[in-house]
Every structure is written in structure tokens, then in C-alpha cells.
Design a binder for this molecule. Sequence first.
Ligand code: ADP
Length: 550
Amino acid sequence: MTSSPCAAAEFSEIMSAVHRALKKHFGFDKFRSQQQEDAVKAVLKGDRDVFVLMPTGAGKSLCYQLPALLASGITLVISPLIALIQDQVEHLKALNVPARSINSKLPSAERRQILADLESESPRLKLLYITPEMVASPSFQPCLSSLCARGLLAYLAVDEAHCVSQWGHDFRPDYLKLGYLRSRLQGVPCVALTATAPKRVQEDIERSLKLRSPLVFAIPVFRKNLKYDVIFRDLLPDPYVHLLAFAKEALGGNTAEKGCGIVYCRTRESCEEVAHKLTKLGIPAKPYHAGLKVGDRNESQTDWMAGKVPVIVATISFGMGVDKANVRFVVHWNLAKSLASYYQESGRAGRDGLPSSCRIYYSPKDRDQLNFLIRKEIARKQEKRGSEKEQDKSPILDFEAMVAFCEQEGCRHATISQFFGNQKPNCAGACDFCRDPRLVRAQLARAAALSTRTGPAQSAEPRGPFGFDPELYAGGRKGYGIERCDEEWGNEEDDSEKRKKEFGDIFRKQMSLRRVSTRTGHSLAKGQMLNLMKTCPGHFSTRNVAQLKR
Ligand code: ADP
């Protein structure tokens, strides 16, 4: 990094100052990883932009916070959410670091105080957190111009930088304004930070933030302690017994102290069912999903965290912010929506570095259902917007990568690493294909034979979220059934909750109900059902409509 003995001595002095500051301000004795240390060094050097690609919890923030404290001037940190900003600022304030935020929720007196400090000859502030909306707002421009003109901006840090990419799931249009900001702040080094992002998102970030041949600091995607495999569920005589044997082996017996596991399911019903079956077969398991009472859900999580229950069977809402070291296995009973989500979810295994297993119980039927739901969601968004966009294809491409991962003949680790733009790793038997390609090929051949016998999997027109099911109410009952209204098909995190409520309200009014039961179905006369379908067309599958009109 340094070119002369004199410069080398100077740099080693700087690095001892960095270590001292690490201890003094943050209380840490050492850097968390070589990548974290190298990123800090590169930011401090300041001659190149820096791109930090590290998984959540790896300590990305320190890569700009520590240099910000050592540099003269102010570091402007762009972050997408006021809540995230408040967390960070509170944390830094508790460490006595001069950090503040300007946001729309700030009382005006405090805002004036911050602006006055920034206007002063030598501001006290070291880190100023701000949303992309605020940084582009006319009210902030005079302050920004003044800081620039006086050469007081040390760094520009863009946190959650993937929000700039229209290919990413968290795209925030306001992040696009940062390209313009970048052109205004020529000469101010930029640090972009994000958790592991697919290659095309990384490229988008570099382009949009105008990063000039940035130095990239990334924690490699490949984790050799994780063993990946895929089992075709429909080929198994009893999938639950298979899961039980796997869980027992992965837990090294049946004791909680030896570790724990997560089984991810798509619906609440399957969470309940899998947890019940596992418990009945001999491994205590608890469900975790949005349909449980808060107390029950918390209990599932606390029992699992405390090691009282070795297995938690959950929807994907479980896991964010859960940092448990001894997760010995992560099973996907249903397919993840993208390879990126799968990597993140399965990556909760083996954080202690010990051997752990990541398994998908794959089913083409499940694949077709999810495929249908993803396309339906895209169509709904397009309809609402009234136009199509190239980026609409993104969830489909993401999902196809996930399917290809399950149906491939090749190293699973290589697929994941290459998806994230990493080199092909040396898997050394850490996936089923590298361990025994013949078994993977034999399984694929059996699955192909099964699908020719049974015909292509029913191109799924699933019933949810509020689809009706005539068969459900056949056998004595009159009328047409609306299923339980707490159905949880697909996305928990998008607006399907809103859609459910919207439908629930219309349904309640039409049926003159005081409330819609979330536990039972409702039986409707044909006329009522037709009326409902007319009012809420988006909530019924075309197959259902055709069935009713017959
Ligand atoms: P990220 O932004 O990558 O998700 P954070 O910056 O929030 O991660 O850091 C995650 C946690 O790691 C924080 O509690 C932080 O204090 C801690 N941390 C960061 N660097 C170190 C370090 N060098 N040693 C120990 N803990 C660290």
C-alpha cells in the first residue's frame, strides 16, 4: 500500500492510531475480519472509492465510522430509513461519538442547533446521517453547498446501497438522486455498503453512484462448513420420516445442547403440520408464524433461542435479527423466492463455523405454485401501475435461478458463489453433487420419470389468498366456500396484508357480517359468490371463475 520506507513508517503510525481509536471509541480490541480492517485502511487512504460487500452483522458500519472519527471534517451518511438512522445515531451517541441526523421527525429547535454547528468554523459533528429524500431537498442545499465550499466533507457513505438498483427488491427511487449528489461532491471519496448482492445489483450500484474503479472489500460467499443438498420430496415414501432422520443426524442425536435447527415453510398450515409431525415422531418442534398470538410466537422463539426446543418451524418472517451460533441445520420445506433469499436464509446455519447442513425438500408442484404466485403478483403490480417495466422480470429471473439451483447437475456452492460474482470455490464435497454426482443424477432421472407418468405438474392456480373452493364445501353443504381468511400465500412482506384487508372489508360488507372469522370458512350462494368475484376480480383464480360460471 505504501511506496517508500518513510511512507511505510508513516502508515504504520496511522494504523496504530486506528487501533487505538478502535479501542477508545468502540471498545474493540481487534477488527472483526481482515476485510473490515482492509476496508478501514482503504477509506482512510482516501484515494479511491470503496465498495463494502459483507453480510448483515459483519460490521460494515465501522468501515466508515472509524475513518470518520479520524478524519478532519464531516462524514455524510445516507441511509434509507429514519428508524435505521435513529438506531445508529442512538448507538453512536451512547459511545460518545458526535453523530446526529437531520430528518423530517426532528424537532425544529434541534434541527437549528445542528445546522448552526455545521455552519460554524469548526463543526463538532463527525457523522451526519440523512435520508436520500432529505439530502436532495431544497432546505438542505445551502448547508451542503457551504460544507462543500469550505472543504469540510470528509466522506460520503451510502448505506444499504442496493436500494439504488432497480434490480434489487428494496429499490428506492430517491436513491437515484445520489448520482447527482455524487457529481456535486467531486473529490469527496465515497464508501458504498451493502450485504451480499447479486452481480447485476453490484454493477448497478457502481454505475449509479458513479464509483470510480472502487476497491471492493467482500467477505467471500463460500462457507465451507455448510453442506448443501436437495432432496426431491415427491420421491419419498414418507417425507416427514425422512426429515426426522435428517434432523436427528444433523443435531447429533436428539439433545438441545448439541445444537438446533430451523425448518422454513411457506404457509402457516405447513408450519403447524411439520412442527406437529416432528414432535410426534420424537423431536420437539414449535411453529412460528404471523397467525400465532404474539405471546405464543414469542414463546416459540424464546424456547428455541434458549435451547429448550431444538427445532423451530417458521415462515420467512423468522430469522431477521436472530443471531444464534449453533444452528446445525436449515431446511427449506418449501422453495425460497430467489437464490439470494435462499443464501441468506440458509446462511443462518453454522455461524459458529462448525459443520452444518442446508437442505431443500424440493417439489415441482411447489415450484409451479410459487411460480404462479410470483407472476400473479407482477401482473397485479403492472395492472395497478398501468404499464410494464423491464425490471418487472427481476423476481422471475431470481426465481428461475433458485429453480435451476435445485434442478442442476453441478456444484451447488459454485452456483451460489458465481451468482454473487465470486470465483468458483473449492467445494471439496460440501454439496451433494460434489460428494456423489451419480446420486444427484439418479434422483433427477427418477423425478423426470415420475413427471412423465403423472403428466406435467398441475399448472398451479392456487386457491389463495381468498380463492374459493367448491370441493371444500361439497358433500352435504350448500353453496360455495370462501376459505379461511387468514391464508398466507406468498409474500408476507409486501402489500398482501393490505389486499387481504381490502378483500375482507368488501366481503364483510357484502355478507353483512360484523367481522370476518379468521378461523372458519364461509358458505355463499352462487349469486353472492358471482357478485363477490365481480367486485374483487384480482382475488380469484381464472379457474375458479370458470368453474363457477359453468
Ligand atoms: P452490518 O452493518 O454489517 O450489519 P454492524 O455494523 O451493525 O453490521 O455491526 C454488527 C455488530 O458487530 C455491531 O454490534 C457492532 O458493534 C459489532 N462489531 C463491529 N465491528 C466489530 C469488531 N471489530 N469487533 C467486535 N464487534 C464488532
